[in-house]
Design a protein around this ligand. Sequence first.
Ligand code: ADP
Length: 624
Amino acid sequence: MAAPPQTVLPSRPGRRLLRRAALWVLLLLCCLAVAALAWRWTENAATEKLRLAAAQRLDGYAVSLENLLSKYDFLPGTLELNKDVIALLQQPDDETLRAEVNAYLEQVNHLSKSTTIYIVNLQGVTQAASNWREPDSFVGDNVAFRPYVRDALRRTPGGFYGVGTTRGEPGYFFAHGIYHNGRMLGVATVKVNIEKLESGWVQGNDKVLLTDAHGVVFLSSEPEWKYRALSPLSPAVLQELEVSRQYFSHALLPLGIRELRKLDNGAAIVATPAPAARLRMLAQTRSLAPRKWQFVYLSDLAPVEASARNAFIFTWLSEALLLMLVLYARQRRRLGRQRQRARLDLQRAYDDLESMVAERTASLQQMTHNLSEENVVRRQAEQKLRQAQSELVQAGKMAVLGQMSAGITHELNQPLTALRTMSDNARVLIERGRVDEAKDNLATISQLVARMGALTGQLRQFARKSDASVRPVAVAGAITAALFLVERRVEQERVNFRMSMQSPDVFALCDTNRLEQVLVNLFTNALDAMADSDPRQLTVSVSRSFQKAMIAVSDTGPGIPEAIRRHLFEPFFTTKPQGQGLGLGLAISEQIIREFGGRLLAEATTTGGARFIIELPIAEQETA
Ligand code: ADP
């Protein structure tokens, strides 16, 4: 059976990452929304400000237009006050009168700064005009089709903006009936040029239009927009305009301003047609009620859009800054927390270290204390060892002396026997009067006694306990003294003794007594070894090699086999029969020489005997 499909969930760090990414996206969207709000709010506020400013301007323009027009409102009505005007209308064929009225109208036109003033009869035919001198004078023209004339003839004084049918010049026409004794005789008309107002309307990129009741632009800060309709005109209106010839021959095509969005207060956002500089503009209207006209003010929206854009960017940047500040603060807080943790860890480590140091110091102090105690014990042990060694050396010496005792006794007994015999002989010789012979005997006795004294002196000297202090010792002297103690054995055992002094005045750094002890040991061993040898040759040679004094004691005995040589310097190693050797001689000798910084070596001679070499530090002559 196939396993059911499993949903693979992201791991925990993955989920956290996803959550964080989602949070960031949300935050970004929020920031965008706030920035968009700021955009919209600024746009609205700036548009409202623009609208208010435009409304104010429109009010201003309307007032100035009204002021201008109201200045002429009364003028047509006042013309009936002139008797000639009335007379001309009553006698239309009186050319003199016409000339007078023409001159009058010309003068009034000049004074009132209007464009043209003319008088028409009830049939709409111009009887007199201020422009009577001009080739295209209105005099004689029938203007009955003009709505303002029609209105005036119907006793409704009216105003009308239109383009002149003669010259095509635009203007505002005021018309008023001329009455005499309550009877209408004709109509007085004043044409005023209001185009000069346009020049003051242009403000930066803004545009101002003035439209009539049908929405036809007749005044505009934008020349191309003039005589264009805000919205397409109906055929009826077109027909009516055609009849009244209000805009002469202008086609009155639609302007093409599109409304994009309606705002409050009658304002709207519109798209203006090319070639205008701006496409999107704020349109605002103000009606001039009595004349059914409408002012349209188009404000440039560029500053509004720029403000909104700036607000968006500013908000966006502020949010980014705020976000960065928050992140920075968070990072700082995190760093602070990490630092605090690190400080605590450090403090803990420091405390641990301090307690460890204290523990170690205590244990070190304890160790030092123990060491100093051990040191004392060691020193005491060393002292004991030295003492034991010294006693051992002394014991070794005594053992040598013990071994020599038989010979020494014999050495002393012989002269003693000779002394008794010779003293007896001396007494007999004296009794027999042989005094000279007795004298000789006594001299020999004296020599024997002296010799015995020397021997005992040497024995005493050898047996004394030495302090083993190091000083320069004449090697030759030490050899002579040691030889003295074994001399009798050498003679008795017929040993040939030879001394080879390559360096007779060598001094070694050691103790005389100890060196003598070592030499006596080596001599005794050599004599023991040569007991069964023939010939018996004991050779002592002294030399110096570098900073060493070398004393070699060679014999012609059987030599030392390798098996024995390995144990030579071991204590209690002996090959001698019980009672003859202790096996301490060489061990003690080696130790004595080693203590003086030297070496004791054993080797075989070329003749098969044994050779022991003492190496000692040399003492310089000056020191000696
Ligand atoms: P002991 O003389 O009491 O035996 P030593 O320490 O003086 O003790 O000598 C140890 C041994 O070394 C001797 O027993 C002997 O075997 C050997 N020996 C010492 N000197 C010589 C020598 N000159 N020739 C041969 N053997 C020797």
